[in-house]
Write a protein that binds this ligand. Structure first.
Ligand SMILES: [Zn+2]
Ligand SMILES: [Zn+2]
Length: 245
């Protein structure tokens, strides 16, 4: 077959003009696949705990839970509260393999982070780490949504990722079905670190789709800090309004 540059050009123009918003299906010129109206209407997380991003009535406060038991991570960065339509977008990305939705949300999270790096509100980590998925779940689902998010985010922010440092040797019961106390007990010894990666003095960011109680993030951050990491942050798409909620 020979080249048909005119047709290619037309296809390019068509793709460029017919971009539709992944939320409302309206035509949009935005390269992020979400129109301005839908982006503004997303449940942006406003006042929150300065450690775990739990929604609070005022900014600059630390929630009771973090005061009582300070988490091993320094801070959670989550642009949205886990409510409509972000909850449904994440669920479709995660459970129905709607990857363009995950990619769109990762792009917006990337912009959010880049903005905070540029304003010196946040320091760039040396490396991104996807929260590992239990092997049984990985077999059932076929992919780890946290790893996909980390890859998109890493490309967007130009930060390397490491997907073999955090290991999950034991399959744990699905965390969302457990209360906070059982989650903690269950998470003890659930993770280990691969011994071939330098950790000492490095700044890491854990990446996951949703932060619920923060117990998983805390366990992983504690492992890294105990191994000499300088700082561990958590990047996720959404934060649940209440622990376990
Ligand atoms: Zn829209
Ligand atoms: Zn907190």
């Amino acid at each position: 077959m020979h080249c048909q540059p005119d047709h290619k050009h037309q296809v390019y123009i068509w793709l460029k003009n017919e971009q539709t918003c992944l939320i409302c299906d309206e035509v949009t010129e935005s390269v992020d696949c979400v129109c301005n109206v839908c982006e503004i209407e997303l449940p942006w997380l406003m006042e929150q705990c300065d450690r775990c991003a739990l929604p609070l009535p005022m900014d600059g406060l630390t929630c009771g839970q973090c005061l009582k038991r300070p988490p091993a991570f320094k801070q959670v960065i989550a642009p949205w509260s886990y409510s409509f339509p972000v909850d449904s977008l994440i669920s479709r990305f995660k459970h129905q393999a709607r990857w363009p939705l995950g990619r769109m949300l990762a792009g917006l999270l990337g912009q959010h982070l880049q903005h905070r790096f540029d304003n010196a509100e946040l320091s760039r980590p040396d490396c991104l780490l996807p929260v590992p998925m239990a092997r049984k779940r990985l077999r059932e689902r076929g992919y780890n949504q946290a790893l996909l998010l980390t890859k998109w985010l890493g490309t967007h922010l130009d930060i390397p990722l490491n997907d073999h440092l955090l290991l999950r040797p034991q399959d744990t019961v699905a965390q969302q079905d457990l209360d906070a106390k059982t989650r903690k007990r269950n998470l003890r010894d659930a993770f280990t670190l691969a011994c071939d990666t330098p950790i000492n003095g490095r700044h890491f960011a854990l990446v996951d789709d949703v932060l619920t109680t923060g117990a998983t993030a805390h366990s992983l951050a504690r492992l890294l800090i105990n191994a000499g990491a300088r700082q561990v942050d958590v990047y996720c798409l959404a934060r649940t309004p209440k622990p376990g909620g």
